[in-house]
Design a protein. Structure first.
Length: 355
């Protein structure tokens, strides 16, 4: 019996499991899923968990069940690609014949002193719970700073505004306008929403240092009772420690079949993979579909496709609280209630396996 190990039950790992099980897995292959927690976490909704507008239960999806799938829970400390072995924090090990690395990403602090020590994260479900506790324990009229004006920063700032209208919320963004990578119409819509709803957007900011309850913007101190960090991501440290070729973002350079060059049995999916698009759940799922094709071909002693068409992304959707949203769908800008309803519908379909 050969063993496929899937490291991480994120969007890419879940798509691989759901495509291989129950009908595409050869008789001589078993799967071991490795994760810290006993459920798939809806990372795209961690902002709402941290803001306190949804419960922990709403961001959890059970792993699939199958007699040839087992789950090992633990904290990975090292991937030994030369000896086909995974090492864990409790000193146990796990061998593999094929491996899919989908360990996700971590916050990137850009070497800013104090940023990691004095801010809260929403990059994992456990960190999001801690952020929720800190934000919702605040007394009335306290100040919350959110560093990073990308999609995560925008969503948590708007959700927190609805959850805690008593708080003073400051969103620090490096650009001249929020979401500067989006079309100007969408950026202006989001900027106006924040102005209308009393969220202070500090454009052209440059965070130089963070201390307890103090954020330094252009070296000017600003008092904050709680600071949430959403200013960039990087691959998981376990992947950063791999001695393989990486791009300038630290993501693993892969072959067209999504395996590490020279290791045709080791694949990387999602945030840790060097791909033409920015990391996203949608991209991880599209890549996972192609990895499954390669695995099945190789298990059947057939030649995998020499290349795949570029993964087509349908768009991106963001929320501004529970009633408004924004996004690009097939390059068409959407704003308002339609965008928010569309995002809610897609989430419902994903969670309940309807699409």
């Amino acid at each position: 019996m050969k063993k496929l190990v899937v490291l991480g039950g994120g969007y890419g790992g879940m798509r691989i499991l759901n495509r291989l099980l129950p009908n595409q897995l050869p008789e001589d292959i078993e799967i071991v899923l490795v994760d810290r927690v006993p459920y798939h976490s809806l990372k795209t909704e961690f902002y709402a968990l941290a803001a306190g507008t949804i419960s922990d239960h709403h961001v959890r999806v059970t792993f699939p069940e199958h007699h040839k799938l087992s789950v090992k829970y633990g904290e990975v400390t090292k991937i030994d690609i030369e000896n086909n072995t995974i090492h864990f924090e409790d000193y146990s090990t796990l061998s593999f014949d094929d491996l899919v690395i989908g360990l996700g990403c971590e916050d990137k602090y850009h070497n800013i002193p104090g940023a990691q020590e004095h801010t809260f994260s929403i990059q994992s479900i456990n960190n999001s719970r801690k952020a929720y506790q800190a934000l919702n324990d605040l007394a009335a009229n306290k100040v919350v700073a959110i560093v990073g004006g990308g999609l995560s920063g925008v969503e948590i700032a708007s959700e927190l505004r609805e959850s805690r209208p008593d708080l003073t919320i400051k969103l620090f963004d490096r650009g001249n306008i929020i979401l500067s990578s989006f079309p100007e119409r969408l950026s202006q819509y989001v900027q106006n929403w924040f102005e209308t709803h009393g969220v202070e957007v500090v454009n052209s900011s440059n965070i130089t240092r963070v201390e307890e309850n103090t954020l330094y913007n252009h070296d000017e101190p600003i008092h904050c009772d709680t600071i949430v960090w959403t200013a960039g991501i990087q691959p998981n440290k376990i992947v950063r420690d791999l001695e393989v070729e990486k791009d300038n973002q630290g993501r693993v350079v892969l072959t067209k079949q999504h395996n590490i060059p020279g290791y045709d049995h080791i694949y990387v999916v999602g945030d840790c993979a060097s791909l033409p698009h920015a990391p996203s759940a949608q991209l991880a799922e599209g890549q996972a579909e192609q990895i499954v094709q390669v695995l099945v071909k190789r298990w059947n002693n057939e030649t995998p496709p020499e290349s795949f068409p570029q993964i087509k992304l349908k768009g991106v959707l963001g929320s501004l609280g529970k009633k408004h949203g924004f996004g690009l769908v097939n390059d068409r800008p959407l704003t308002g209630r339609v965008a928010r309803l569309l995002k809610s519908g897609i989430l419902w379909m994903y969670k309940y396996h309807k699409g």
